[in-house]
Each structure stands twice: as structure tokens, then as C-alpha cells.
Design a protein around this ligand. Structure first.
Ligand SMILES: Nc1ncnc2c1ncn2[C@@H]1O[C@H](COP(=O)(O)OP(=O)(O)OP(=O)(O)O)[C@@H](O)[C@H]1O
Ligand SMILES: [Mg+2]
Length: 210
């Protein structure tokens, strides 16, 4: 089976994931790669409906309910979008993936981490990213960026309103993930200009994609 590359971007709110993903997409495309950029939750019509439910301020599901919804969308996404693209040899860049559940529903949300891991495994049939880039930024800096962007775009997400302690715990949980799986999960300093950060991202990619 010819297989492409599966790269995921993780990190707290406003740490620069979307910005870096676009820089990477453009660079890989210039190098002649076929790149698929996608995001979680979402990626298929049904998964996008689940995304709407999760972002709808009318509902406030507990972390376990949230986890089930996310895993349903994850399964849809992996089976219908990610795996087929990898089998075609494409580079798939995903904005958040299973690690987000380990962090947000598990570590921070309080769902038993073994439960999260089991559901991740079931939803992905064991598909693990080749590399995971965690953009790391002091909580305050990330939130200030995200607020600036929301103000500019006139939108806001449910998650932006959480207290600073919540964002600190998210950051800590990602650092812990990287300590556990240092080969796959790379912590990237998110400070500096987008181009400066991108140089660090590139250096952390598998050699074939640099
Ligand atoms: N290196 C940087 N320096 C200054 N501002 C930045 C940098 N990278 C991104 N930004 C800006 O910060 C805001 C958040 O960046 P971006 O949307 O890429 O983060 P994100 O991690 O995708 O956020 P979210 O979790 O909300 O999706 C945007 O307005 C973006 O233009
Ligand atoms: Mg984003």
C-alpha cells in the first residue's frame, strides 16, 4: 500500500494552528505534493453537523457526552476522508485530532484517560499521526491573539470564554503528551512572527516533508 503522510496540529486557542497549517499547505503544494487540509470536529457533512452541535451555545454537554459526539465525528472523518487520502498517497494535514480529546475531554475535562484512549482507538482503528505539531504559547498570548481575531471577524467560540486556569491546564496537558511520546509529538515555541514559527515547524517535520 502506498501511503501518504498524516500530520496533525494541536495546541490551545489562538496559538497559530490555522496560520501555520496554511503556510505548510502552501509550501508542500509548491513542492508538488497533493495536500488535503481538514479539521476536527468536521470534515464530512455529518461530522460538520456534529461540529455545529458542539459549538452551539444553546447546549452545554458534559465532557463524556462531548467525547461521544467527537468520536462519532472522528470515525466519519477518518473513514471517509483521511484514510482514503492517505491511501492515495496524499499529505493530510489535520487541525486537531485524537490528541485534542486526550487533552480537553481527558486531562482537563476529567474523563478517565483510558476511556478516551479506548474510544480514540475505536474511532480511528488505530490510525496515529506520523507527526503532531503542538504550538505552544503562553496562555495569555494565545488568548489575546484569539480575541483579536474574533473581534476582527465578529465571531467568538464557546471555548474562548473559559478562565485562564483552564487554558493553563490545556497547555500543561500538551506538554505532558509530548513527554510521553517525544518522537511523534513535538512542542514548537509559538512566539515570534508567523515565518519565524514556521521555520521551527519545518525543522520538526519528517525529513521528507521539510
Ligand atoms: N506568529 C504570530 N504572531 C502574531 N499573530 C499571529 C501569529 N500567528 C497567528 N497570529 C494571529 O493570531 C490569531 C490566531 O491565530 P490562528 O487562527 O492561526 O490560531 P489557531 O490556533 O488556529 O486558533 P483557534 O484555536 O481559535 O482556531 C489570528 O488572528 C492570527 O492571524
Ligand atoms: Mg484555527
Amino acid at each position: 500500500m502506498t501511503r501518504g503522510w498524516f500530520i496533525t496540529f494541536e495546541g490551545g486557542e489562538g496559538t497559530g494552528k490555522s496560520t501555520q497549517i496554511e503556510l505548510l499547505r502552501a509550501r508542500l503544494a509548491r513542492g508538488g505534493r497533493t495536500v488535503l487540509v481538514t479539521r476536527e470536529p468536521g470534515g464530512t457533512p455529518l461530522a460538520e453537523k456534529i461540529r455545529e452541535l458542539l459549538l452551539d451555545p444553546d447546549y452545554d454537554p458534559d465532557p463524556l457526552t462531548e467525547l461521544f459526539l467527537l468520536e462519532a465525528s472522528r470515525r466519519e472523518h477518518v473513514e471517509n476522508v483521511i484514510r482514503p487520502a492517505l491511501e492515495r498517497g496524499q499529505v493530510v494535514i489535520c487541525d486537531r485530532f485524537a490528541d485534542s480529546s486526550l487533552v480537553y475531554q481527558g486531562r482537563v475535562g476529567g474523563v478517565n484517560e483510558a476511556t478516551v484512549a479506548t474510544l480514540n482507538e475505536a474511532a480511528t482503528l488505530g490510525l496515529v499521526p506520523d507527526r503532531t505539531i503542538v504550538l505552544d504559547l503562553l496562555t495569555e498570548e494565545g488568548l489575546a491573539r484569539a480575541r483579536r481575531r474574533n473581534r476582527d471577524q465578529g465571531g467568538a467560540s464557546r471555548i474562548d470564554d473559559r478562565p485562564p486556569a483552564f487554558h493553563r491546564r490545556v497547555r500543561e496537558a500538551y506538554l505532558e503528551l509530548a513527554r510521553r511520546e517525544p518522537e511523534r509529538v513535538r512542542i514548537i515555541d509559538g512566539r515570534g512572527t508567523p515565518d519565524e514559527v514556521f521555520e521551527r515547524v519545518r525543522a520538526a517535520l519528517p525529513e521528507e516533508l521539510r
